[in-house]
Design a protein around this ligand. Structure first.
Ligand SMILES: Cc1cc2nc3c(=O)[nH]c(=O)nc-3n(C[C@H](O)[C@H](O)[C@H](O)COP(=O)(O)OP(=O)(O)OC[C@H]3O[C@@H](n4cnc5c(N)ncnc54)[C@H](O)[C@@H]3O)c2cc1C
Length: 385
């Protein structure tokens, strides 16, 4: 559980994180129907999306999901510590993961900090309530690790820009309304200096979303083509030419603070695994627990730094590596301890465990590959050439 700084007196008692956590636990203990539906294993991804949408709607309408977000953007005030407390409580109440609401802790903090205020004030509440979803359009068929080489262009046109290009591995694009897209507004060789971040409506003419079925059977990734898509000039995040800074802000959340949110669910899975399989390989369990403890320490430091307004910077790469190691260690334990999973039993619960196991093999790629995180640590933290 996240420890928090002493409470600041305020008119709303729930701005105190301890009071918020207690009141939310009481609400969740009443087992609202949307919580019960989200506790059930849904291996069909579209069903998981719908149950998570309903859970978020319920949390938003009761006020909980609005804590941790600025009042002028439709929130109830508070900090990331409120959001951490909410997802910790949800994990403890048996929901298996955040699913596509991971963007609440990857994209949304950057939208809140650098997005066009009027647009974000209108759209953030819809994301908090599960009514509109988002995707992140960075990677391209020939630009992944070397993101600064991306070729999607945004050319000035009337009151805005016209976008042409292709994105790939775009998580949740099939379910999303909005895409935070990185495109080149500078010259072809301008690298990271010539990029701008746009908010593109995925329903617009010229956008084609083709889902990619993954080895684990889900369709959460997609290839997205943009063919002459017009974006108005008031949908720019940050500055024109400042897209790299926006991308780094997002990645600092994806690699850093997000680890705290994900690790709450991994803890629940490991605890259940230990309880279900007495006499199993205790060394593997112990190692997975140690890996998770490392994420607890660094993830906690990251969340507290953000709550205090300090950016994480390159330290986020270190947290991301620890999260990858613990995700794989936990899923290894689940596989070793669950004979049904290993023997290929077919039911929804086992199917979901199998999906999670297979997904854990690719966590070392999203948000920048393991090698690129090591490169960041070597150059930016250790000062190596
Ligand atoms: C589950 C998942 C979800 C994703 N979601 C999104 C998303 O929502 N939006 C989005 O934009 N992208 C997303 N991605 C894409 C992800 O960011 C890229 O896959 C990643 O950045 C690697 O790029 P690449 O696949 O092009 O591999 P490449 O860059 O071609 O790398 C291939 C291999 O070479 C290594 N390598 C490359 N360059 C170097 C170097 N200089 N030094 C050492 N090793 C190097 C890499 O580490 C990797 O092992 C997702 C990926 C996955 C797996």
């Amino acid at each position: 559980m996240l420890s928090t700084a002493p409470a600041v007196p305020s008119a709303d008692p729930l701005l105190d994180v301890h009071a918020f956590r207690g009141a939310l636990e009481t609400w969740l203990d009443t087992s609202p129907p949307a919580l019960q539906a989200a506790q059930v294993a849904h291996p069909v991804y579209a069903e998981r999306v719908e149950t998570m949408r309903a859970l978020l709607a319920s949390l938003h309408d009761a006020g909980w999901a609005r804590y941790g977000w600025p009042v002028d953007l439709g929130g109830n005030g508070g900090t990331i510590a409120h959001r951490a407390a909410m997802w910790e409580a949800i994990a403890r109440h048996g929901v298996p993961g955040m699913a596509l609401f991971e963007h609440l802790e990857i994209l949304a903090p950057t939208l809140a900090a650098h997005g066009p205020t009027a647009f974000v004030a209108e759209k953030l509440p819809l994301l908090l309530a599960g009514r509109e979803l988002w995707a992140q359009g960075f990677s391209e068929p020939d630009a992944g690790s070397d993101l600064a080489s991306l070729r999607t262009t945004a050319v000035p046109d009337g009151d805005g820009y016209v976008i042409n290009g292709r994105k790939i591995w775009t998580s949740w694009a099939k379910y999303a309304t909005w895409c935070l897209l990185l495109a080149r507004t500078g010259t072809a060789d301008s690298r990271h200096r010539g990029l701008t971040a746009f908010i593109v409506d995925l329903r617009d003419p010229g956008v084609d979303v083709a889902a990619i079925e993954q080895a684990n059977g889900t369709d959460e990734l997609a290839e997205v083509a943009f063919d002459g898509v017009h974006v108005s000039g008031d949908r720019i995040v940050g500055e024109v030419g400042g897209g790299w800074a926006v991308a780094m802000h997002i990645l600092s959340h994806e690699r850093g603070t997000f680890a705290w949110f994900r690790h709450c669910f991994l803890y629940q899975q490991l605890t259940a695994c230990a309880a279900d399989a007495p006499g199993r390989n205790d060394t593997a369990l112990g190692n997975a627990l140690l890996d998770l403890a490392a994420v607890t320490a660094t993830g906690h430091a990251g969340v507290m730094a953000h709550a205090a307004g300090s950016p994480l910077g390159p330290k986020a790469a270190y947290t991301k590596l620890l999260l990858c190691a613990s995700e794989q260690a936990v899923q290894d334990c689940v596989l070793a301890g669950d004979t049904d999973l290993a023997a290929g039993r077919q039911d929804d619960e086992v199917a979901l465990l199998r999906q999670e196991y297979l997904f854990s093999r690719i966590v070392t790629v999203y948000g920048g590959s393991q090698q690129m995180q090591l490169d960041t640590i070597a150059k930016q933290m250790l000062g190596l050439p």
